[in-house]
Design a protein around this ligand. Structure first.
Ligand code: PA5
Length: 444
């Protein structure tokens, strides 16, 4: 993985990125020594290097049971309890693979919304499918996930019988507390623990991400190896200019201070759409607090050049762009030659599709830079487990450093509670009587 900031540095005063070096060092030391705000959530810092082959084998063993017994596995979880798995699975699976026979179950995601039609349609689909469930919730009480799991548990038991259903329901939750833990223990489900000191959005390298990824048939050992190597590459002992997380954190803070408040993550591979979703949660939930924080947005290019391209090129100049570039595709396909050339495309005949895509990427980068959009380029060699593992740790470490430079606690999310309080009051949840009364007054 490489980071190139040459087309971002030109937008800020000379030396202003390097000027962050002392702050980056202080942030890294605070993360390392556990002296920063949110220091009870630093378990992600050395998580990759602490993962043992035995732990990977245990995850793979459980994945094997689900693979052997299920045509589909529903991952029930929301936010940090699903986005990491979804991002990795989408990036590394055949986009149309679910339409073909496969040795691995189809992975479906639910518990991340309260859409009645979505859930009804899911249930309708599952009626004819032997399915299992991975129920993921750190708190074990998240409403979206809990409602979904209640529906799926009942359906799975009806489909297979209670005892057989227990073999294909796995819980990933807190060691002791929460309804998901109580249910798992009472029903005797196989369960994995989400460590106390790893927050949801930093949890993809725990069973939260690793189990669904393994069920999808992907190599979790290679994913972890990529993260381990990146952990070393972003260590405290690595000089600033050679530490990609340090450079990324400093660059985005320098650009933010220059008045650009929105960071758009752009990819040129449709398979990376959910990398943007995962990254938005990681950075948005970590930095958006105390009236501060870069707003993380994402686009899929070239698709969105035909929808958002105008805004990016020419709208309010408050944005910068972080592009994820994949150097080499895993397949090979060229534009065919055509004798009649009715579409006038013979000038591209014989060229790899990826070459056309790369020229679109380069052309867009130059146009956006001309249009006043600073550009950070992050390149990976190819889409595989190792490279995605590298990206995961790089973005996590960059986020920790960046949030501390910004002066916020990157590891809490107090703002997420506001909607829940109102929703529970409106739904008359026991314990919310005072809030219910107050909200009814407001609605009069
Ligand atoms: O990052 C976070 O902490 C959140 O996004 C949580 O992951 C999300 O709210 C789901 O919470 P839980 O795992 O407790 O169901």
């Amino acid at each position: 993985m490489k980071i190139n900031i040459s087309k971002a540095a030109q937008f800020v005063a000379a030396g202003s990125i390097e000027a962050y070096e002392p702050q980056v060092k202080a942030a890294q030391e605070a993360l390392e020594q556990g002296t920063c705000p949110g220091n009870d959530f630093l378990g992600w810092m050395h998580l990759p290097s602490s993962i043992t082959p035995e732990f990977i084998a245990e995850i793979n063993e459980t994945a094997k049971v689900l693979k052997e017994n299920c045509e589909a596995v529903v991952v029930a979880g929301i936010g940090g309890s699903y986005l990491g798995a979804r991002m990795v699975i989408d990036a590394l699976s055949n986009t149309f693979g679910w339409l073909q026979p496969s040795d691995c179950p189809r992975i479906l995601f639910a518990g991340n919304n309260i859409g009645e039609d979505y859930l009804s349609e899911l249930i309708g689909y599952l009626k004819g499918v032997k399915f299992g469930v991975i129920n993921i919730s750190k708190s074990g009480t998240t409403t979206e996930t809990a409602i979904t799991f209640r529906l799926l548990k009942r359906m799975c038991e009806e489909q297979r019988g209670k005892e057989e259903a227990k073999k294909v329901i796995v819980a990933i939750t807190d060691a002791k507390k929460g309804a998901a833990r109580t249910t798992a223990d009472k029903e005797g489900y196989k369960s994995f623990i989400i460590p106390d000191n790893v927050g949801g959005r930093f949890s993809v390298l725990t069973p939260v991400g690793l189990l669904p990824i393994a069920v999808a048939g992907l190599d979790i050992a290679a994913l972890v190896k990529g993260a381990q190597d990146m952990e070393a590459q972003c260590g405290l002992d690595v000089p600033f200019a050679e530490n990609p997380a340090a450079v990324y954190a400093a660059t985005r803070n320098a650009i933010y201070q220059s008045g650009k408040k929105i960071e758009i993550m752009a990819n040129y591979q449709p398979k990376l759409h959910n990398l943007g979703e995962w990254w938005k949660q990681l950075y948005g939930e970590s930095e958006g607090k105390d009236g501060k924080g870069i707003f993380p947005a994402s686009v899929d290019l070239t698709t969105d050049l035909h929808s958002m391209g105008q805004w990016i090129q020419d709208g309010e100049r408050t944005i910068f762009e972080t592009v994820i570039s994949v150097e080499t595709p895993n397949t090979s396909l060229a534009v065919p030659s055509d004798e009649e050339n009715l579409d006038g495309l013979n000038f591209l005949a014989g060229k790899r599709i990826d070459e056309v895509n790369k020229m679109a990427e380069l052309g867009t980068q130059l146009a956006h830079v001309d249009g006043g959009v600073p550009n950070i380029k992050i390149s990976i060699e190819k889409l595989d487990e190792y490279n995605i593992g590298q990206l995961i740790y790089f973005f996590e470490k960059g986020c920790g450093i960046s949030g501390l430079i910004l002066g916020v606690n990157p590891f809490d999310q107090p703002g997420v509670e506001a909607y829940k309080k109102n929703m529970f009051a409106l739904l008359n949840k026991p314990g919310y009587e005072a809030e219910s009364k107050a909200i009814q007054e407001r609605l009069k």
